[in-house]
Ligand binder design. Structure first.
Ligand SMILES: [Ca+2]
Length: 109
């Protein structure tokens, strides 16, 4: 006769500094990190590190991308403003120029 004893260590309670910038979830035999928005599980699986959104140029078109903990900032050059989605910079006259070009081209929208 065999007696199988299964014990689980709650790593989330036993070890401090697990899943920094996230939430530790204890599972049988292991644990898992649920990271906060803007963070991803690092290579050790034991912590959450900031996502560098600036590595993706689509996150800040025509602007200067500045990585921040848990997010990023898209700074626009003078006379440009951030688009509503926060993913790029648009000039104040961009819409007017576009409409003028359509008129000059004889296109009617
Ligand atoms: Ca970031």
């Amino acid at each position: 006769m065999y007696v199988l004893v299964v014990s689980d260590i709650n790593e989330c309670r036993e070890f401090r500094h697990l899943c920094v910038n996230g939430r530790c979830e204890n599972l049988i035999g292991v644990f898992r990190c649920e990271c906060n928005t803007g963070y991803q599980v690092d290579e050790t699986g034991g912590n959450c590190t900031d996502v560098d959104e600036c590595l993706n140029p689509d996150n800040c078109l025509y602007g200067t991308c500045i990585n921040r903990p848990g997010g990023y900032e898209c700074r626009c050059p003078p006379n440009f403003e951030l688009n509503p989605a926060g993913t790029g910079c648009i000039g104040p006259y961009a819409t007017r120029i576009f409409l003028t070009l359509i008129t000059l081209g004889g296109l009617v929208v």
